[in-house]
Design a protein around this ligand. Structure first.
Ligand code: 09M
Length: 431
């Protein structure tokens, strides 16, 4: 693949920051190295020495003084080596990316990984590297507003692709792309889309997930029209059906998938740790952007997570994410039961296959905005109106998003009861 076709002028102009390169060299050096090279502060002056964390399983996690020094110091932009290695092994085990160890080690699409400040940081930097003013960018029809917030200021046109209960519809993607020919991808003056953004599991806001068959079809279309797929997958470990659907990354023989993972939904959202995996030519551009912005994801967060993951091992991690998925599966079932109890005949929804959201269409209500943000709020129940998830959030939407992550079963019962009452009042007023 010619990755330079995808990079915008800003990203193509980024050059390695030499001080950061030296930080990476220093991090890999033996303890015998005398370094008078980098401008790192002396950690001895910092007030923290050691820490002990009590875990929910009753065990303790110790950050000794050596680890604490690492946690308090600057670290390489790609991430702390131990954590990068741990996550590389995780990605290999879970996704087995075809380009992890290509025959040619200099393959420009060889799989690379970087730790980001939450997945949103990686996603935003990818958009800022790959989108130019006037570009057409393919996105799901109801989409995560964070992705929209990252891409919209770049001056591109959002081309919506329809989704249904199996996620993004490949037939609609093909229909949208039929406006162009595959040859357009070879012309520098063509406005053919270059990027497809999608949330493949536990869709936010829909709760829907792509089937493998659909992913294969979408990947084939991406090959035909030379698209890069931005696979934003923070709900991967919150899939409710087993086995998990293989990711786009696992199908990626060409090096056209940039995958964004997150620890936010399984280990901690406040620690702000995510990771981007994909062709090294593109991941390296994200790292260069980090060198000029955040420098790196918090060393303290990275060290703490690494200690936990080393302590747990891969079996412990698997056991934990399984526990998290079954908690949300149970909550999903209760949420569906409460929706059935109160909203039957007033609204429609389909079963979420992952994640933490139920996407509900209110019958006879063309726009839920006022009902949700004014009337429901007055009745002390909060949801998100569907219009928030549209490329133009001033457009009407008869949908709303209900999250079942925090509400207790009793709160879901009462929340939907209040909502049902509001819908009845609203529909009777408009008759
Ligand atoms: N609501 C998310 N989604 C959200 C939300 C949030 C505060 C976050 C998709 O790895 P991170 O933590 O950077 O994850 C970002 C992210 C990326 N992609 C599809 C997501 O759903 C997080 C935070 C308050 C409300 C929030 O509502 O949906």
């Amino acid at each position: 693949m010619n990755y330079y076709r995808f990079l915008n002028a800003v990203s193509a102009a980024r050059k390695p920051m030499m001080l950061r390169v030296l930080t990476a060299i220093q991090a890999q050096s033996p303890p015998t190295m005398i370094s008078m090279a980098t401008g790192m502060p002396n950690v001895e002056l910092f007030p923290f020495r050691e820490a002990e964390f009590r875990l929910s399983d009753g065990n303790k996690l110790k950050i000794d003084s050596a680890s604490m020094k690492q946690a308090l110091q600057y670290s390489p932009s790609q991430g702390i080596a131990g954590l990068v290695d741990w996550i590389k092994q995780l990605q290999e085990r879970v996704h087995d990316p075809p380009l992890l160890t290509p025959a040619d080690p200099n393959h420009p699409g060889r799989t690379q990984l970087a730790i980001t400040t939450g997945s949103m940081d990686g996603l935003c930097k990818a958009m800022e590297a790959l989108v130019s003013k006037g570009d057409n960018v393919l996105m799901e029809s109801a989409l995560y507003p964070g992705a929209l917030a990252a891409v919209q200021p770049l001056g591109c046109n959002i081309r919506s692709v329809k989704t249904d209960s199996d996620g993004l519809d490949p037939d609609d993607l093909q229909k949208v792309m039929s406006k162009w020919t595959p040859e357009d991808a070879t012309k520098s003056d063509s406005d053919i889309p270059k990027l497809l953004y999608c949330v493949p599991n536990g869709g936010n806001p829909t709760g829907h997930g792509l089937t493998l068959k659909r992913k294969e079809k979408i990947y084939k279309i991406a090959q035909t029209y030379d698209l890069v797929i931005l696979e934003d997958d923070p709900y991967f470990y919150l899939q409710f059906n087993k086995p998990r659907v293989p990711s786009f990354l696992s199908l990626d023989t060409d090096g056209r998938v940039l995958r964004f993972d997150s620890f936010s939904k399984v280990l901690s959202s406040g620690m702000r740790v995510g990771f981007v995996t994909g062709p090294r030519t593109l991941v390296d551009r994200i790292i260069l952007h980090m060198q000029a912005s955040v420098l790196h994801c918090s060393s303290l967060s990275q060290v703490l997570l690494l200690k936990l993951l080393q302590d747990w091992g891969s079996e412990g991690f698997d056991k934990h994410v399984e526990k998290v998925a079954s908690f949300y599966r149970e909550r999903r079932d209760i949420c569906l039961k409460m929706a059935e109890k109160h909203l039957k005949g007033l609204a429609d929804w389909s079963e979420p296959t992952g994640g933490m959201f139920l996407w509900i269409k209110l019958d006879g209500i063309p726009d839920t905005y006022k009902l949700i943000l004014e009337k429901a709020r007055e009745k002390e129940v909060l949801f998100v109106p569907g219009s928030i998830f549209l490329p133009d959030y001033t457009s009407p939407s008869s949908y709303m998003r209900a999250a079942y992550s925090l509400a207790t079963p009793e709160q879901m019962d009462e929340g939907f009861r209040r909502l049902a009452q509001l819908i009845r009042e609203e529909v009777s007023c408009s008759v």
